[in-house]
Unconditional design. Structure first.
Length: 194
């Protein structure tokens, strides 16, 4: 389990599949995570998809977490509740290169800094516990909230883009890539970013 001040990242379990199905059909989640209509989720196949994820996790370095908003008596949140998913996987055949992903399934919790907390705790964990050399992520070019989180708040450096790689509501958009290296992470950590 990984934790931040407001969040816990716990292992995603098969019993969580109905919640995943609810989130993945949300227009807000689809716009930022499943934009390509040819790759839209199919809730009727989620159990099968989860079984596939478990098989892949057993074969490689990867993790899928359920993001849980912690109990907060001062805000009258009487119980913890799941609000999204995140994860990472080792990419390609170069050791130490990882890719992150996340989405917050509860639309009313967007723009509250939760994505920044998730990216920071995952990035820190990969560098400190998994001997990462580079941590990368990708995002749709119209995702301004994500751009601010990844580049400004978390210190990722733009790497490039795949032009017109995403089709959303009849329009093509670019897929942007950003990363942070071990050396950059150490400098950011010294500045108090991580």
């Amino acid at each position: 389990m990984l934790e931040t001040e407001r969040l816990k990242l716990v292992a995603f379990e098969k019993d969580d599949t109905p919640l995943f199905s609810e989130w993945e059909t949300s227009p807000a989640v689809q716009k930022f995570f499943f934009a390509n209509p040819y790759a839209l989720p199919q809730p009727e196949k989620d159990a099968e998809l989860f079984d596939h994820w478990l098989e892949e996790m057993a074969k490689s370095k990867c993790a899928i977490y359920k993001v849980v908003l912690k109990l907060d008596a001062s805000k009258r949140r009487a119980k913890e509740r799941p609000i999204g998913l995140c994860g990472w996987h080792e990419t390609g055949n170069i050791p130490g290169r990882y890719e992150l992903w996340l989405y917050i399934g509860e639309e009313n919790l967007l723009s509250r800094g939760l994505g920044t907390e998730i990216i920071k705790v995952l990035t820190r964990s990969l560098f400190e516990n998994y001997a990462a050399h580079t941590v990368m992520l990708c995002f749709y070019s119209y995702n301004e909230r994500g751009r601010k989180c990844y580049l400004e708040k978390c210190g990722f450096t733009p790497e490039g883009r795949r032009r017109e790689a995403i089709l959303w509501q009849g329009e093509f958009y670019d897929m942007e890539y950003a990363s942070v290296t071990l050396e950059e992470f150490q400098a950011l950590k010294a500045k108090g970013v991580y």
